[in-house]
Design a protein around this ligand. Structure first.
Ligand code: GTP
Ligand code: MG
Length: 355
């Protein structure tokens, strides 16, 4: 299962209670207070981990709790501080505050793209994210554990030699949050279903997205790493095919457009042979429009066209038409299936990304 948005409840540990105790030893009458302090409650810490590729672990456990600190004990012994609860999340996870509505049940629903929570992530939203975990190993203290309480040893005074006072440990912080994954990749493959995006990714990287002759074969974003010489490399995202109206939530496109919002460049992959009856020029125009409607900032980024399926009839003619229509845009003809034009494409990729 691929989960890229989920609401969670986090509760840090509370501090342990301070102890009320008196020293009792042979030959030491009225030994005085010796109740130790409580230990600290555990923090809830998020850690970005490149080996985690989505938020599905949290789907099964949307309630994150750190342990409470131990209570203080006699002989001035401190309670044990609780360890931090470390939750691994994929690199690219953004954390938003969410209102304190009802706590999610253990079987939290995956958020529908058009649920009211989806408004939270909208670019127009005034809500600022708490953190954007963009680097492998980056940590964020989501909720802090409470300090331990004080034992009665702290309350001794000249007037009160046998204090029975102590303090409770502080409560751990808690709260509701929305975790949202926005994949981190340099380039995004954008195209209609069956254009051959996944076939292409398989040819240029070690990623193995499923390829099939039916639309919406790819059901969630997949990242492929393309290696160049001298250890240069780049990450490319393959997302489910877009269809007209994707920005309004049609097809699978909308749900996944946010995964390309961080891409520096867009690669429009079109079936240049028009083998399913579409026109490649219109395809490019429509794909650009969908990105623009989703977020106008996206259409301002550099974009290029990958004219796929050059092995099929009518491809050359349509390629010429594309070049006439977009004279200033790099258009690279390939056949992903026959692995033709791939080297040239990789060269261009390095150029576009200034690698
Ligand atoms: N003739 C020909 N067929 C191709 C080429 N590239 C891909 N195909 C075929 O087109 C179909 C769709 O390919 P996919 O790579 O799954 O397409 P996609 O764009 O990832 O599709 P979705 O994941 O559904 O959006 C498959 O049957 C591929 O074999 C090509 O260069 N030439
Ligand atoms: Mg695919």
């Amino acid at each position: 299962m691929f989960v890229d948005r989920i609401k969670v409840f986090a509760q840090a540990g509370s501090g342990g209670r301070g102890s009320v105790s008196f020293r009792r030893e042979k030959f030491v009458p009225k030994g005085g207070p010796d109740g130790g302090d409580g230990g600290r409650g555990g923090d809830v810490i998020l850690r970005a981990d490149r080996h985690v590729d989505n938020l599905s672990d949290l789907f099964y456990e949307p309630i994150i709790k750190a342990k409470n600190g131990g209570h203080g004990m006699g002989k001035k012994m401190h309670g044990r501080s609780a360890p931090s609860k470390i939750v691994k999340v994929p690199v690219g996870t953004i954390v938003w505050p969410a209102e304190d509505r009802k706590r999610p049940t253990p079987n939290a629903q995956r958020l529908a793209p058009n649920s009211d929570e989806s408004a939270i992530s909208n670019q127009q939203s005034a809500i600022e994210p708490l953190i954007d975990l963009t680097r492998d190993g980056q940590e964020f203290v989501l909720r802090r554990g409470g300090a331990g309480g004080k034992g009665n040893v702290h309350f001794k005074s000249s007037r009160n030699r046998a204090p029975r006072e102590y303090t409770e440990g502080e409560e751990g912080e808690r709260g509701h949050f929305l975790f949202e994954l926005r994949t981190i990749a340099d380039a995004g493959l954008v195209g209609y279903p069956n254009a051959g995006k996944s076939t292409l990714l398989r040819k240029i990287s070690a990623a193995r997205p499923k390829v099939a002759a039916y639309p919406f074969t790819t059901l969630h974003p997949i990242i492929g790493v393309v290696e160049f010489s001298e250890y240069r490399r780049t990450a490319i995202a393959d997302i489910p095919g877009l269809i007209e109206g994707a920005h309004r939530g049609l097809g699978l496109g909308h749900e996944f457009l946010r995964h390309i919002t961080r891409c520096r460049i867009f690669l429009f992959v079109v079936d240049v042979a028009g083998s399913e009856g579409r026109n490649p020029v219109e395809d490019v125009q429509q794909l650009r429009k969908e990105l623009d409607l989703y977020d106008p900032l996206l259409s301002q980024r550099p974009w290029f066209v990958i004219a796929n399926k050059m092995d099929l009839p009518n491809a050359q003619e349509n390629l010429n038409a594309l070049r006439r229509k977009f004279p200033k845009i790099d258009i690279v003809p390939i056949s992903a299936a026959k692995a033709e034009g791939i080297d040239e494409l990789k060269k261009k990729l390095a150029e576009w990304l200034e690698l």
